[in-house]
Structures are given as C-alpha cells and as structure tokens.
Design a protein around this ligand. Structure first.
Ligand code: GTP
Length: 347
C-alpha cells in the first residue's frame, strides 16, 4: 500500500444496531424486560452484541429505537463501561429497518455496519469488511445456512458470491435456498440517497430485492460459525444452553444462589443471581433468571423462568415459560404453557 489507498480494514467504522422492535414473540417475558435486556449467560443480550463489535474495534454505535425505554439507557448509558461510544436515536413512529437506517446515517460518507439487535454470533467482521472491499460491493449481507428458512429472508447467490434474488419468508417447500439473511449488513454510504428516511419501510422488502433486480453489487458473506437469533423464549433458552456448554462446562450460576445439598442441576442450565433450590428440587436444561425459588421437590424441565418466579413444593414445570414474579402453586403441573407476570398457576 502506498498510503493513498484506503486500508482494507477500517477501524473507524460505525455501526447502527436496530433495536426498535416490539419483541412480541418473546412475550410474556418482554412485558417487563425489553428484548435487548433479556439475559444471555446472565448478561443482557445487547451487551454480547456490543462486545462483539468492540472485539473488531467498531466502537461507535448508535441504537435505533422506537421507544424511550429508560431501562435500556439506565443499563448501557453512554457505553463507556463497555468501551463503546454509544448514542441513541429515537423514532416517533416505527420507521422499519429502511427508515431507521436512512435517518440515523443521513450525512454519513463512510461505509457502515447495521446489525439486527437480537442476534448472537461469532461472525468475523474483519473478514466480512475485507471481502466487501475486495468485491467492490455496495452492500454485503452475512448469510447463514439453516434447515428451515421459512421465517427468514432467503438469498440466492451466484458463483461469484453476488446475491441474485432475495425472498422474504418463503414457504419452506418453495424456498429457493437455505441461506438466510443473518442480520449483519455492510452499507456503502451511496445507498443512502436511494433510501427513504421519512416513512416506514423495510430494506428486506424494498432495497434488497431492488438491488438484486438491478443486478447491483449486493454480496453474500458466508462463514461457518455460531449464529442464533433470539426470536422467542425457546430460542432464548437454547442460546443460553448452547453458550453454557461452549463457555462454562454446562452450568452457569449467578452470585448468591443457594442450592440444597440434595437438589440437582442438570447441565446445560443457566441460573441467575440469588436463585434458591430447596431440598430435592431439580432443574433440567432450563434458564432461570434472577431470584427464582424452587420449593422442596419442585422440578423445572426445558423451561424459562423469569425473575422472581416461585415454583412451590412438588410442582412440575415442563417445556413452559413463566414470566416475572409469577407462582406455580404447590403440586401443580405446568406443561407446554405460558404464565403471565405476577399470575398464580394452579391445576
Ligand atoms: P417480534 O415483534 O417478535 O417480531 O420482534 P422484533 O420486532 O424485535 O423482531 P424483528 O425480527 O421483526 O426485528 C429485527 C430487528 O430489527 C430487531 O432487533 C428489532 O428490534 C429491530 N426493528 C424492528 N422494527 C424496527 C423499527 O421499526 N425500527 C427500529 N429502529 N428497529 C426495528
């Protein structure tokens, strides 16, 4: 390099993280905890994403949000504790991914990253940025292969890596590939002139298909590696269990847990801070948030229990979601069910 070229890997790159969704599929857990703050190994989901960006020296991050949920700002503040320069952009009405990106990035003249805020991945951002520059792409999209692409945007890629078709949520049997939009995109700033910052629009429905139709340089970036989106409580449970297995030999316990000598925790499982398991209580393959109490002989299996949940003596919770502060009464059996915050479930 003679000094006149841009370095391939731009350390100054900025990122927009889209966090303006309602998190409806994560209810009843998101009635009281915004999706960005649901726990992944006892830290907020969004903290993992920001630390991942920081690992690649992407340290200027804007959260694009639709509500002024004070909890998020209280948790992350100006980002200094995470080594991030964090700011917040609020939409008065939801603008969708397209409107959010166009309004936040208005005036930016360098390439920038956009991330969906509900993703956990070990994507090599450096490699993605380098591939983008080498290909001369206008837009790069992280693609991930899944068994059932029907709830995602699906991409068809030619031999050179260019995306030739993009189809949102096709029926499983007619999906043109199993490569899905994994929610990390790299934009050239020139695209902003083609985007609408004033009205709701989703790049997945507008910009992406149009770039394909016009045979522009929209490029897929594929890499074997870890990727999950946390759409619903089962996905949240699985991410916690998978990461507990990968990073912590199967069982994670927050501070101040009290576990009776003959209580059992079957790996993988994740317990938040200050959980209490009384005599003979059992936790199997489950996620417990902070302050959960299991009475004598209670069993929790393949489930997610929100903060402050009580499962009274002898009760069984199986493949269920129990939200903040709710109680499962002594001896009750909860199977494949969902309990709202503060509710009391009895057979
Ligand atoms: P569901 O209501 O369960 O579909 O959740 P969601 O809306 O959070 O998820 P979805 O997969 O639809 O959105 C992907 C990402 O984009 C999430 O991180 C959302 O927070 C974010 N997002 C969705 N709509 C908007 C929007 O209108 N504005 C902004 N800023 N972000 C959005």
């Amino acid at each position: 390099m003679d000094g006149s070229e841009k370095p391939v890997y731009d350390r100054e790159m900025r990122a927009i993280v889209l966090v303006g969704g309602e998190g409806t599929r994560l209810r009843p857990l998101t009635w009281r905890t915004p999706k960005q703050l649901v726990p992944v190994l006892n830290r907020p989901l969004l903290e993992h994403l920001m630390l991942h960006l920081r690992e690649y020296e992407v340290t200027r991050v804007t959260l694009a949000m639709t509500n002024r949920n004070a909890l998020i700002r209280d948790t992350f503040g100006d980002g200094a504790a995470l080594g991030i320069e964090l700011d917040y952009a609020y939409e008065d009405t939801p603008l969708g991914s397209g409107g959010a990106i166009a309004s936040v990035a208005a005036g930016w003249d360098e390439p920038f990253l956009v991330c969906n805020g509900d993703i956990v991945t070990d994507l090599d951002l450096r490699a993605m940025i380098e591939a983008h520059r080498t290909a001369g792409a206008e837009l790069s999209m992280h693609l991930h292969e899944v068994d059932d692409p029907s709830s995602f945007g699906v991409a068809v890629v030619d031999d050179g890596g260019r995306i030739t078709r993009f189809v949102e949520k096709p029926p499983r049997e007619s999906a043109p590939s199993r490569l899905i939009n994994a929610g990390t995109w790299l934009f050239e700033p020139g695209l902003l002139a083609e985007m609408d910052a004033t009205a709701f629009n989703r790049v997945e429905d507008t910009l992406f298909p149009r770039l394909c139709e016009e045979r522009r340089a929209i490029v897929g970036f594929q890499q074997p590696g870890y990727w999950r989106d946390i759409g619903n409580p089962e996905a949240l449970r699985l991410v916690n269990l998978e990461l507990a297995t990968r990073e912590a030999a199967g069982v994670v316990q927050g501070e101040g847990c009290e576990v009776a000598a003959d209580a059992a925790i079957e790996a993988p499982s994740v317990l938040g801070a200050a959980c209490r398991l009384e005599a003979s209580a059992r936790v199997e393959r489950s996620l417990l948030w902070d302050g959960v109490c299991l009475g004598q002989g209670a069993t929790v299996r393949d489930s997610v229990l929100g903060p402050g949940v009580t499962v009274e003596a002898g009760a069984i919770v199986d493949r269920s979601v129990v939200a903040h502060g709710a109680t499962v009464a002594a001896g009750a059996r909860l199977e494949g069910a969902s309990v709202e915050p503060d509710a009391r479930y009895e057979d």
